[in-house]
Unconditional design. Sequence first.
Length: 276
Amino acid sequence: MTNSKAATAIAVGPTQESVYVMCVQYRGNEFNGWQRQIDQPTVQGHIEAALSQVAAHPIRIAAAGRTDAGVHATGQIISFATSAVRPLVAWLKGVNSLTPKSIQIAWVRQAPENFHPRYTATARRYNYVYYDRGRFNPFVDGLAWCTENLDQDAMHRAAQWVIGEHDFTTFRAAGCQSVSPKRRVNRCEVRRQEHFVVMEIDASAFLLHMVRNIASALCDVGMGAPTRSVRDLLVVKDRLHLGATAPPQGLYLTHVSYPGANFPPSPEVPLLNALV
């Protein structure tokens, strides 16, 4: 009897957890940002509720980064740990069936050893999308910033000023809690894609509203401000010298880099594949 009880105790001991990685796409204008909030619809809140239902126990997720209300993602990366045993396709289809249509899981994989979506990431890429036909378009409202006609070549030249390590005080929000205003931008390009102008920027990390403030400064250049104005904004280190922050609907988190991880490529911004 004693041996039987001992065997039973071993059998019901702590269950080993598995860690999974997911790529999340979402249209952010339907949510009050990424981070879970009480009595507010958020992307994290919906995904955790769906995962908890599929796993049949509470699930908490970690993410590569937080996005503001109205900001979209095609390549947000999350991870979660669970003792529930499910096929990968069950996690994928289960979450997609339980979240709003504006949130979809693109893929799911077993996590590499010691993986964390935020701390093991080496770079993040954002796209900012302008619709520069000089008029409002209801079919792109909420998915791009409708502006006057822009000079994308001037914007690209101005964007080169932000590459490298700089003090981005002028481009950080007043509520930014980062200890240092210094960040290193690896790449910043501006190109035209049919009826859209797209800024693409890569860095290891960003300050609060940094990308949207850079997008605002580049928009000014696109409408006639000198390209050196971006350099001057970096030098002055004063947020009061920059105009309004670009609206959130043009911003997309598109890719997070994890060297050595064999993850599928991040999906492209769907809007840019359509001719409007």
